[in-house]
Design a protein. Structure first.
Length: 346
């Protein structure tokens, strides 16, 4: 456990001081040729020649709490433990940032002022979204991803959930997504979101038994939670990183839901065939062949949810201008409506 003194010291040391230190070459034992510091919404990531280090920001949100050193230590440990399931050679451990008489140091004895996740740096040219953009992804890559994920899901014990609560979570989340899109304005955008939400509500009512059957059959597991192409690396055996470690509920889902989400993202990037190949491989390996309307529901649900998240980003400073986030939201809504149309016909 972190001492009270260390907690107080950590609060007194500004994040900017930690970032400045970790941006220096001499902060790292192997003295890399350079350090690239990348800021995300919740973290700072420091890329050296061979490694990547993630420092969580001391923030608190409705869905997470990184506000204390102990909380960040715990989340770093969870991140390593959970991500080793799909990237065992990548996640090396949690490393303390310590204060000594000589100043800050990464690892070793001293007063702990923060924690970082240490990872092997993966080749950026082998990430799936870049491969899609460059047209270098082959069928064997998609099959390899499908096999890794099939083995992963087969290894997980079922999570006990109440079937009615499982369906209620979808209804509540879809309502929240519809409210966010409505607040963003735009008649076409609002109308499209309304049609998607209506199709989902109808499916939850008309075909409740299909959702309940997935629960009763033990298909709900503690999965990845954020299965997107930018988290999949095709360097040898595929490695899948950046599990949603801070929210158990969000990563507790149906593999068909998670694979549908990955397929949605591949389709958004112009490579729908990859998601289809991954799903087909999963079905072949596991003999789990969920009904097509259920997969369409999951995909329409994720599309509306991603539209909501894109709209949230409009109000936040980031790498993309507001119009880019709105464009992305509209693309998600377009895809979501295509899945919803199939639901209405089912």
């Amino acid at each position: 456990m972190v001492s009270d003194a260390a907690q107080a010291h950590g609060r007194d040391l500004p994040l900017a001081c930690k970032v400045a230190f970790l941006s220096r070459r001499d902060a790292y034992p192997d003295r890399p040729a350079g350090v690239e510091a990348i800021e995300t919404h919740m973290s700072w990531v420091f890329l050296t020649d061979r490694h990547a280090y993630k420092l969580k920001k001391p923030v608190r949100r409705p869905f997470l709490d990184f506000s204390t050193i102990e909380a960040r230590r715990r989340h770093c440990a969870d991140e390593v433990r959970l991500n080793r399931r799909l990237a065992p050679a990548v996640y090396l451990g949690a490393v303390p940032l310590v204060s000594t008489a000589a100043g800050l140091r990464l690892g070793g004895p001293g007063e702990v002022v923060d924690w970082l996740v240490k990872m092997v740096r993966l080749p950026s040219e082998r990430v799936l979204d870049r491969g899609i953009a460059n047209g270098t992804v082959e069928r064997r890559d998609a099959v390899a991803i499908g096999r890794v994920l099939a083995g992963f899901y087969r290894s997980l014990p079922p999570v006990r959930v109440d079937p009615a609560e499982y369906r209620r979570r979808f209804a509540a989340d879809a309502e929240a997504s519809l409210e966010a899109v409505t607040a963003a304005g735009g008649p076409a955008r609002i109308a499209r979101a309304g049609r998607i939400a209506a199709a989902q509500a109808s499916m939850l009512s008309r075909r409740a038994a299909e959702f309940d059957r997935r629960v009763r059959d033990g298909r709900i597991v503690e999965g990845h939670g954020d299965l997107r192409p930018e988290h999949v690396y095709l360097d040898g055996t595929p490695s899948i990183i950046d599990c949603l470690e801070f929210d158990y509920d969000l990563r507790t889902l149906d593999p068909a839901d998670e694979l549908g989400f990955l397929a949605l993202e591949c389709e958004r990037l112009g490579a729908a065939w990859i998601g289809m190949e991954i799903f087909a491989t999963y079905t072949t390996v596991t003999q789990d062949d969920p009904p097509r309307p259920l997969v369409d529901f999951y995909q329409s649900f994720r599309a509306l949810q991603r539209a909501r998240l894109a709209i949230w980003h409009v109000a936040e400073p980031g790498r993309h201008p507001p119009q880019e986030w709105l464009r992305r939201a509209d693309l998600y809504l377009e895809l979501g409506e295509s899945y919803a149309a199939r639901l209405a016909a089912a």
